[in-house]
Design a protein around this ligand. Sequence first.
Ligand code: MN
Length: 457
Amino acid sequence: MLDNPSEKDVVLVQKAYDFAKKAHEGELRLSGDPYFNHLFATAKNIAELGMRAETVAAGFLHDCMEDGKATAEEIKKEFGEGILSLVEGVTKLGKIRYQGTTRYNENLRKLFMAMSQDIRVLIIKLCDRLHNIQTLQYVPKEKQIRIAKETLEIYAPLAYRLGIKKLQRSLEDLAFTYVYPKKSEEIKKILKEKRGQVEKHLDKFQKSLKRELAKNSITNFHIDYRVKSLYSLYRKMQKYDENAENIYDISALRITVPEVADCYKILGIIHASWRPLPNRIKDYIASPKLNGYKSIHTTIFTGDGGIIEVQIRTEDMHKEAEYGIASHLSYKEGKLTGWIKELLEYQKEAGNEFVSEIKNDFFKERIFVFTPKGDVIDLPKGSSVIDFAFAIHTDIGAHMSSAKVNGKMVTITSILDSGDRVEIETKKSAKPSAKWLPFCKTTMAKRRINNFLENKK
Ligand code: MN
């Protein structure tokens, strides 16, 4: 599966395969399949993105710490520090709980990015989720909806942000059928109806296009077409009053060429022969999308009453459009030091604002801590247990008596770190004190304490 694997790569992946098989022996999935099938599928998804042996191996091992099948020491001893940190990263992400409220979705996505530390952790998690959603029919009904919603609202957007279109599409289309079963049936029907008609039209146009290109001595190119995925058509239809007739890019013709200059040449040839629709020419080569996407799009009248969107890009751009950041990591992975550094480099090339947003204020200004249930609480950096308690509920803050952070007793004035799990004990007799004030970072906690002190007077 790997491109040109070295002998070392093969040995490593084989070893992870054997280790996972043994660790999960006798364990079954809800489908009744051996649990190992899930690990194999996850590792395969990772390899198909072109990731290197270390990440594929971690894919085999990603669940063995979660279920206590293996200890950190064992993994470190057998596979080294690097793979251990990938497996630990995935295990940590598994503890973040989706709340089901859109208000927190953006924070949750940022949290996933931040907690991943290494972008490969996120890629493993996305590949893990892909197999889970592929086998969702075996999961109890009420859990199905939660997992599918979480996939649509958290995982697929993350895949989009990393520019991994291939993963995004699969995650979205599968989750869509669980979250909106009726809508997805409708869209499937529309696509099916349109498909035949659209393909015939594309085929006819393709022939005249090839003739035009030949006249201009352009012979080195590749033409294919893509049909919009279920979920993206659904979203587009929401934008256009649910009317599929108003959507011109249900299908698009795609031309790939070796050089950037060829892209513009072909655009010129097309516009000289067919009239473009106004305001539908998009040069994402000159100004790439935020996730790094590059291509030229134009929509033209084909002269027979039809309209077609044409996308023109180089082969490299095409690879990037499908595999996103994974296509960068696959050959740089060995040298990957910090994911931020890597992402920033990528951002420079791609103009990815989301990443700089994370880097600039997210890490500097905020921390994310967990309730015992795994809910995420977002606080300013430097916040203490007192801030946390008031952020959960005024009564919890007002009657807090003691606290545990990551299972250990601490003083309530302790400063929290991202990823901490905080438990608050309350007592009816406990009351806020003026001594707490210097340890409050949030205005909310200060105000609540002051209110209490004033009322007491
Ligand atoms: Mn898993």
